[in-house]
Each structure stands twice: as C-alpha cells, then as structure tokens.
Write a protein that binds this ligand. Structure first.
Ligand code: SF4
Length: 425
C-alpha cells in the first residue's frame, strides 16, 4: 500500500524518516485540539478563529482509542448497513485515511453536484469543511441531511469575511457610489463571493444582484459582473480576485484592498471611485505558504520542471509559475500529460501526494518542502467518520449542517448564477 501523509508525518515526528513538518502536533489526534483556541495544527494554526465559530463536542473515547484497522472496519460496516441511503463525499485536500471511504472525490463545486447524483441518499456525509457542507445543504433536496464529521472543520479564509463586516462595507460603498446605474444600466458595484464563504454571504450576494465564483470560473464570473456593474466587491480571497482580474487586464492600481477595520476600507474616496475590483483582505493560509523562492529552487533542482500553482497563491508566485489553475485544472494537467513530466505543484499537500501516487510515470512534488496540510481539513479523521456513521446506523443524526431557510433562497440565487457561468479552462 502507498505510504499516506499521516504515516509520513508520524515517521518524521518520531525521527524515523527525514523531512520537516510545520508542527509535531500534526501527529496527534484532532480531538486533542477541541478545547484549544485556534484551528488546530497545520497551515492556519496561527490565524485568529472568530468567536462563535462552531466547536466540536468531545469525540467518544472509544473512537479516540480505536486502532486505524478497527476504525476502517467500523466505517465499512456502517457504510454497508446504510447502503444507498448514504453518500460520502471527500475533498481533494482530505487525508487518504478518510478519502479511501469516499464515494466521490473532488473540489467543493464538484462535490456539491456529486451529492445530487445519488438521489436515494438520505444522508450526505461531507468530508470537507463547513462552507462546503452548507453549499451541499442548499443544493440538496429538502429531505436530504448533510453531516460534517467534525464541526471544527471550518475554513480560516471563509472566516475572514463575516456577514456584519461585509454589510458594513456595503453601506460605506453605497455612501460613496450611491445606487443609481450609469447610462449603460450598470449598477455602481456588484458583490462577488468566492465559494469559500459562509452561506450568509452567498445570500448577501444573491440579495444584492451578485454571484458566487469558484477558482475554475472566476474569470467568467468577473465578466458577468462587469456586464452588470461598474466595479466588483470581491471577497474573501484577495489573491484569487487579484490574480483573476490582473489576467483580464485590470490594472493593479484599480484594485484597492478593503480592510474592514479602517474607514472606507483604508482607501480614499477618489481611489474607490477609480476602483474596478475592491479586494477583501482575506487569504488562504495553505496557499500563502508558497513563495517565489520555492519556484526558483524547483527550477534549479529540476531543470525543465512544469510549475503549476493554485490562484489562491500570492500574485508574485502565480507570475513566477508556468501556469495557475483550480484543483481540477491541476489534476487534469497532470492526467493529460502524455510524456513523463516533472511537476512542481503549489497546492495542498494531500492532493499533491495523491497525484504523485496516481501518476508514477511523472515526477510530482509539492513546491513547499515543509509538510503543512490545511488545518481545518485535517480536523476530519476516521474516528469522527466512524462516529457519525455509527450514529446514523443507530438512527441518530449528529453534526447536521442545516442552513436557515431565511438564507437558503437568496444563497441559491447566487449559486445558480454561478452554475450558469461556465469555466474557461
Ligand atoms: S485550503 Fe485554504 S481555502 Fe481551502 S479549506 Fe483550507 S484554509 Fe480554507
């Protein structure tokens, strides 16, 4: 069997293998971090977790103490018992120990759609993070129930834009721009939220003539927005917004950053009047780890290397790479390479390692030599998966993610606009 990332992390932490991790805490069970502030070990461990973020209650000791073999057996037995009533979705960034039980593997957008392909499933167990489970709940049938195995699996980037701050920013922007369309009918500003945001912010966009984008269709979505608006308020990821708009020819000086702690987001009225894309100051701590120096080091150690990074990486890294694209773009680039190729990839380590195992004809490595998975994805562990499944077998639904009906309709409007905006790549 291929060595999994978890095995590698334990071997490094025990001094049995070479390599470096960002923290030895990665070798511990995620339940050890339920009482600690923060997102847990991994790339977003130093980000500030907002008060009121969902917390996970104690995982029963039987699951904490079970051996990996026992947990896998229990998961398989629960899956068999639930049959077609269950679908398990696994995100590309999820650990292999969890992904091996998934019926579908994909990015957040693909997984939200995948749930719909199993119409008999009463239960959608989403092995991803909170905003993905919310999106699945909005798109699912009303009688389908969505479950997140560990409620502490949030997303630090999504948490960087909260509803109150965005509402306050919107009021300030209206005070600057007013609400009247120009002579061509374009309103002053269109809100665009990245998929990686709360359901409340998707609803905000639906209510204000805006739209949701993914990393695959961000350019199509910006075109959609510029047809209807003079400018865009893009949240929460500044890097995806900047990289996409820059590739479309928007000058950097027309992309001011919005800092919700400063009046007018830290810009002057004139700067805001001149803006085409106002960027929220959010970021992904996984993709922020990639640097131009790492790209240079990959080129030096592997002449001819093909460097592909995710557009959540900072702009200089995207500029230094050969290509940038969504997780699905990266996966297809590797799958479609007909000649043995060396790839240096700038995205989450679980996905990179899985590609390396799946395509042994290529040399594939992560641009960041330090092993540092997404902290929140890492909160999902087979122990939590076994627990939620055995609870379902016993007729109890735990960790359900149910988006309030007052939010669902507006959020669905913004998501349906997103679904109609086909990716360019
Ligand atoms: S990789 Fe980044 S954007 Fe994705 S879930 Fe983790 S923190 Fe959020």
């Amino acid at each position: 069997m291929t060595t999994t990332l978890d095995t590698t992390i334990r071997a490094i932490t025990n001094g049995e293998a070479p390599g470096e991790t960002c923290t030895p805490d990665l070798a511990k069970g995620p339940w050890e971090f339920d009482e600690t502030p923060g997102y847990g070990p991994g790339s977003s461990m130093f980000d500030v977790i907002p008060t009121g973020s969902p917390r996970q209650g104690a995982l029963p000791a039987a699951y904490q103490d079970a051996s990996p073999e026992d947990l896998h057996r229990r998961i398989r037995e629960a899956k068999d018992a639930l049959g077609d009533r269950l679908v398990i979705l696994g995100h590309f960034y999820q650990r292999d120990e969890v992904v091996q039980h998934a019926d579908f593997l994909g990015d957040s957008f693909q997984l939200a759609n995948a749930a719909l392909t199993k119409p008999d499933a009463e239960y959608i167990v989403f092995c991803g993070v909170h905003f993905m489970a919310e999106t699945a709940d909005i798109l699912a049938r009303p009688d389908q129930r969505v479950i997140l195995p560990n409620l502490a699996a949030g997303c630090s980037m999504a948490d960087m834009a909260d509803e109150d701050s965005v509402e306050a920013a919107w009021e300030e922007l209206v005070s600057v721009y007013g609400t009247e369309p120009d002579e061509s009918g374009r309103v002053p500003v269109i809100p665009v939220t990245y998929m990686n945001s709360s359901a409340a912010l998707k609803a905000f966009c639906g209510k204000h003539g805006g739209i949701v984008c993914t990393s695959s269709n961000a350019a199509t979505v910006l075109e959609w927005a510029f047809e209807r608006g003079q400018r865009v308020l893009f949240f929460p990821d500044q890097h995806l917004g900047r990289n996409t708009a820059k590739a479309m020819g928007v000058p950097l000086e027309q992309m001011p950053m919005w800092n919700p702690r400063k009046p007018l987001g830290g810009s002057t009225r004139d700067e805001l009047m001149d803006a085409r894309v106002i960027l929220w100051h959010g970021f992904c701590s996984v993709h922020k780890r990639f640097t131009v120096d790492q790209v240079a080091a990959a080129r030096e150690s592997h002449p001819g290397v093909r460097v592909i990074v995710h557009p959540e990486c900072p702009m200089p890294v995207v500029d230094a790479a050969d290509e940038s694209g969504s997780t699905d773009y990266i996966r297809r680039a590797v799958a479609d390479a007909t000649e043995p190729t060396t790839f240096a990839i700038g995205t989450e380590i679980n996905m990179v390692n899985r590609l390396a195992a799946e395509y042994p004809q290529h040399t594939i490595f992560c641009l960041d030599p330090v092993i540092c998975p997404c902290s929140t994805m890492y909160r999902i562990h087979p122990g939590y998966l076994a627990w939620v499944l055995e609870e379902l077998v016993a007729g109890r639904v735990v960790n359900e993610i149910a988006v309030a009906s007052t939010i669902q309709d507006d959020a669905r409007v913004a998501l349906e606009r997103m679904l109609a905006a086909k990716p360019r790549d």
